[in-house]
Design a protein around this ligand. Structure first.
Ligand SMILES: C[S@@+](CC[C@H](N)C(=O)[O-])C[C@H]1O[C@@H](n2cnc3c(N)ncnc32)[C@H](O)[C@@H]1O
Length: 280
């Protein structure tokens, strides 16, 4: 029981979620839960002043109203009741708040809410996991890259499904820390994460991959199309997530010009993922 814990609580629309998560990314103990038409974000902190400052900026910059409450229970218990478990064909993905959770799928992944994106609760992540599961049933792959790994969730999905070594990168230093913690938490040791921007880095200069997964937004996915194309082997595949349904055609037209053809696409709410194959 901790009587001096404070909670900042507010609601964010789907479109603004990523922007706001980036804005609050320096704070710890962040949870976000999907409600019907919006995401509810809570940030817990022992210092009320820290939350007050965040509250003011949310109002000033993003016109978002928020509330600060004093809470009596510790934050894990507090959020446990809200936790949404994601179930896909092979995975049960949770933030690990409920220690009595029974394993119902072949693989269990625990990705606590922290400072990086990707607890599995966002449509773009769920869609990327579904696309990986569907693609990997069709074909055996041996080399992988997860571009914009965040918490590491897609790397860990690939690592559990394929037992192969997975390489990844993220531009954000918080990802390096979260990734390491999450890899340990999930009993994995075959994933390696680098801090770099895009795919132009000496560590992978001589490498190319059979499958690249990339869940970032439309603009960066287009900006680095050339880099992605250079790193996917001919006959290889790319999974592109983080796009909206009405952006599919435009994104596909860009990648088509790099010699990719559409294998399949999946959608959830307004979000989509596309899976492309590079022509030989
Ligand atoms: C939407 S999150 C996806 C996280 C996780 N892969 C998932 O599927 O939930 C996008 C991530 O890509 C990273 N990112 C964005 N642009 C990048 C770039 N050019 N190079 C490397 N990482 C990038 C961000 O820092 C963020 O962690």
């Amino acid at each position: 029981m901790d009587s001096s814990l404070f909670e900042l609580r507010f609601e964010v629309s789907r479109q603004n979620l990523e922007k706001i998560l980036i804005f609050i990314s320096k704070l710890k103990n962040i949870s976000w839960f999907k409600k019907k038409k919006y995401w509810e974000i809570t940030i817990l902190n022992h210092r009320k002043a820290t939350l007050e400052s965040c509250r003011e900026k949310l109002k000033q910059i993003y016109k978002i109203d928020s509330k600060i409450n004093k809470i009596k229970a510790n934050w894990i218990n507090h959020n446990q009741k809200n936790e949404k478990i994601i179930n896909t064909q092979f995975f049960q993905i949770s933030q690990g708040l409920n220690s009595h959770l029974k394993k119902k799928k072949k693989y269990k992944l625990t990705i606590p809410a922290a400072n990086s994106f990707g607890t599995g609760q966002h449509e773009s992540t769920i869609l990327a996991v579904l696309a990986i599961e569907k693609l990997i049933k069709k074909k055996k792959f041996y080399s992988f890259f997860d571009l914009g790994t965040g918490t590491g969730i897609l790397s860990f999905v690939l690592a559990k499904l394929t037992k192969s070594k997975i390489l990844s990168c993220d531009i954000d230093s918080a990802s390096i820390v979260n990734f390491g913690e999450n890899m340990k938490k999930n009993g994995l040791n075959n994933c390696k994460n680098f801090r770099f921007n895009g795919l132009k880095h000496h560590v992978i200069r001589k490498k190319s991959f059979e499958l690249i997964v990339c869940n970032i937004l439309l603009k960066p996915i287009i900006k680095i199309a050339n880099q992605i194309s250079n790193k996917v082997r001919s006959g290889g595949y790319v999974i592109l997530s983080g796009i909206l349904k009405d952006q599919i055609n435009f994104l596909y037209s860009v990648y088509y010009s790099y010699n990719f053809v559409m294998l399949f696409k999946l959608s959830l709410n307004n979000w989509s993922v596309i899976v492309l194959k590079k022509r030989k």
